[in-house]
Design a protein around this ligand. Structure first.
Ligand code: PLP
Length: 301
């Protein structure tokens, strides 16, 4: 199954520079930001097998969850619309009304039907009882969890790992990836590769157990190193230092990052390189998970 207009496999480039050469490592960037202009990188990887499964079950409607800036809602609205599904978005928080976010405006343009719930109700999004209630209320749609993160998502992310192994003709020692729900990190781990996960939110320690729950059913998991100190104040929060880093990265490599996830990951990764975290000869693949459609609105959640 292909998403109309998608670029797959995505390119893998080597990044060079004084720091990288001095540390004796090899660093590559996997350009999943180039998958599609609106269905952001890792969100497509995570959606693919969800949509395939929905198709197999002859489902016509997808229902999922997200905040008013959610890259996942944005991607589900676009992919669902392109592939002939009706979509329903359960949105955390109050209706933004006149001040509707660019993300929600886009979702509506893609014919997603939006339903706003209180933060308390939103918190029940993974409870089975609540999901049964929602299913009844909305005519038994195909439900995709927040962030697209589910068992079906891991398989899609695993395809990214297969692409990299083909492109490098071997497995890297580490993948570096930004983490929100941890689904992308879990998908790589469950392919047997080692992952450095950089939490984009404050208090990201919960990711350790969430990720382990996701990979538990799999046999040959890689090792997870979770970094929780590169959040820059929290989810979608920034500091001048981070924005400067993004500018520098663009000047050095001609590649645009966004401030919510990928800039924090690369900032953390370069910090680890500077601190000699990696043995000489290490091969690292950093995944540009996309999210660039959120850049213009100044917020890509
Ligand atoms: C959603 C998102 C992530 C986080 O992915 P998880 O699988 O939820 O950890 C990382 N980068 C970008 C650009 C995203 O949109």
């Amino acid at each position: 199954m292909d998403l109309p207009g998608s670029l797959l496999p995505t390119p893998l480039h080597e990044l060079s520079g004084e720091l990288i050469e001095k540390s004796g490592i090899k660093l590559y960037i996997k350009r999943d930001d180039l998958i599609h202009p609106t269905v952001s990188g890792n969100k497509w990887r995570k959606l693919k097998y969800n949509l395939l499964q929905a198709g197999k079950q002859n489902e016509t409607t997808l229902l999922t969850f997200g905040g008013a800036f959610s890259n996942h809602l944005f991607a589900t609205a676009a992919a669902g619309n392109a592939m002939g599904f009706k979509t329903i978005g359960i949105v955390r928080g109050e209706d933004y009304g006149q001040n509707e976010t660019p993300t929600l405006r886009f979702c509506r343009e893609q014919n997603m039907s939006l339903h706003f719930v209180s933060r308390q109700e939103y918190r029940l999004r993974n409870s089975e009882e609540h999901l049964r209630e929602i299913a009844g209320k909305f005519g038994h749609p195909f439900i995709i969890p927040e962030g697209g993160t589910s068992e079906l998502a891991l398989q899609g992310v695993g395809e990214m790992v297969l692409e990299v192994e083909k492109q490098l003709r071997k497995s890297p020692d580490y993948y570096a990836v930004a983490a929100g729900t941890g689904g992308t990190a879990a998908g790589i781990l469950s392919s047997g590769a080692n992952v450095l996960a950089f939490s984009a939110l404050k208090g990201g320690g919960f990711l350790e157990s969430d990720i382990h729950d996701l990979i538990k059913p799999h046999g040959r998991n890689g090792n997870l190193s979770l970094f929780t100190d590169y959040h820059f104040g929290g989810y979608a929060k920034v500091k001048p230092e981070l924005l400067e880093f993004m500018d520098q990265f663009k000047n050095n490599y001609g590649i645009q990052l966004e401030q919510v996830y990928t800039a924090k990951m690369f900032f953390g990764l370069f910090d680890l390189i500077r601190r000699d975290f990696f043995p000489r000869g290490s091969i690292i693949v950093a995944v540009h998970t996309g999210g660039l459609q959120g850049l213009l609105s100044g917020d890509g959640r």
